[in-house]
Ligand binder design. Structure first.
Ligand SMILES: COc1ccc(OC)c(-c2cc(C(C)=O)n3cccnc23)c1
Length: 121
């Protein structure tokens, strides 16, 4: 029988998965859960050249594609910035992105990360 290789998680992957879950909880309407399509957002792919969403971030964690925390934070910021670029400031998407960005960045301050250490050990 083929031995199934159980995917071991590196400490960085475990940290990023924990942060991703916390960030996803702050998006209950799941506006950021999946890639934005041109059908729901006309002209999106012409305006946003580097799309990003939580499912893509999750895949990159699973593929061990992030070398460090900063690369993960950069994708999170890209996702929020895209929404604040495409959507006008009076839309629910712009406002949700602005709030999510603020809350998400607070999760990765040195103080918050220090508190995480025992939880993840
Ligand atoms: C109304 O329900 C949904 C469901 C999923 C969405 O994106 C995955 C969105 C959505 C998400 C976005 C974003 C994030 O810009 N968006 C912009 C314009 C119109 N719709 C959206 C809305």
């Amino acid at each position: 029988c083929v031995l199934r290789k159980i995917a071991e998680r590196t400490p960085l992957q475990r940290l990023l998965e924990h942060l991703l879950r916390s960030m996803e909880k702050r998006d209950p309407q799941q506006f950021f859960a999946w890639p934005v399509t041109d059908s729901i957002a006309p002209g999106y792919s012409q305006i946003i050249t580097n799309p990003m969403d939580f499912s893509t971030i999750k895949q990159k964690i699973d593929d061990n594609n992030y070398q460090n925390l900063q690369e993960f934070v950069d994708d999170f910021k890209l996702m929020c910035d895209n929404a604040m670029t495409y959507n006008h400031s009076d839309t629910i998407y712009y406002k949700a992105a602005k709030k999510l960005l603020h809350v998400g960045l607070k999760m990765v301050t040195p103080e918050k990360l220090r508190q995480l250490r025992p939880v993840l050990m």
